[in-house]
Design a binder for this molecule. Structure first.
Ligand SMILES: O=C(O)C(=O)C[C@H](O)[C@@H](O)CO
Length: 266
């Protein structure tokens, strides 16, 4: 059996921007509905959504028949968690709050087998190897794995050029919510100081020859970040889309004064 190809990793280097949806419902059922709508990629969020390794596996299985590529965000860069996520077949991994090149290098090591890294061998137990059906998995796995590091703090932006330059880091993803909070403007990613730091992070990533991505649930932001060079942009969050649609629907029948006002937070 051939190693499953990582279409998302290949698309990051293509001419076509990749538009994604943030998936927070933490079920295979909701993930499959999202995948059926045709976004290029789906961010299965293990940081802020109530996910576990088994619930992430269920979502990977649910969306496998669709063209939407899964990107899994781990709760942190713990190497034992990374091992479990890679073993269930995650090929594109996003790690939050990476602040130094050394942290980035240790994430690369966690994703590679010795002598290049420290990943343990799951072999026939692992979905990643299709239970040993992929015979050259140990030698070739790294070619289809994709590491996205999140830069979302003052220190992370300061070090972003070195972080992006680390061999094995495929892309840098800016987190506007955390960055704005860390810079002292919580809930205000549009603040000029935050915007300037976001642009610095994107510019430094591109200068290092790597790919930049960002979360931008509002259209004017998404279009601006695309102009600034982001190749992959999460343009919506499923839970927020559901909530806004539910509020708008209810507002048709309620008196305007009774209707809760829609929020504009990330
Ligand atoms: O800092 C950010 O922005 C992110 O990393 C995304 C957030 O975790 C969250 O806003 C997703 O809903």
């Amino acid at each position: 059996m051939q190693m499953p190809r990582n279409a998302f990793k290949a698309a990051l280097r293509s001419q076509h921007p990749q538009y994604g949806l943030w998936a927070g419902f933490a079920t295979g059922y909701a993930a499959e509905i999202a995948a059926g709508t045709g976004y290029d990629w789906l961010l299965i969020d293990g940081e802020h959504a109530p996910n576990t390794v088994p619930s992430i596996l269920a979502q990977l299985q649910a969306i496998a028949p669709y063209s939407t590529a899964p990107v899994v965000r781990a709760v942190n860069g713990d190497s034992t968690l990374i091992k479990q996520l890679l073993d269930i077949g995650v090929q594109t991994l996003m790690i939050p709050m990476v602040e130094t090149a050394e942290q980035a290098r240790s994430l690369v090591r966690a994703m590679r087998y010795p002598p290049d890294g420290i990943r343990g061998v799951g072999g026939g137990l692992a979905r990643a190897t299709r239970w040993d059906g992929v015979t050259d998995y140990l030698a070739t796995a790294h070619k289809e794995l994709c590491l996205i590091v999140q830069v979302e703090s003052r220190l992370g932006v300061k070090n972003v050029a070195e972080i992006a330059a680390v061999e094995g880091v495929d892309a840098v993803f800016v987190g506007p919510a955390d960055l704005s909070s860390g810079l002292g403007f919580p809930g205000d990613p549009g603040n000029p100081e935050v915007q300037s730091q976001i642009r610095n992070a994107i510019d430094a990533t591109l200068a290092a020859g790597k790919v930049a991505g960002i979360l931008a649930p509002f259209e004017e932001d998404a279009r601006r970040y695309r102009e600034w060079g982001c190749q992959f942009i999460a343009v919506g969050i499923d839970i927020s889309l559901f909530r806004q649609a539910a509020l708008s629907n209810l507002a048709r029948y309620r008196e305007p004064s009774d209707a809760p006002s829609p929020s504009r937070t990330y």
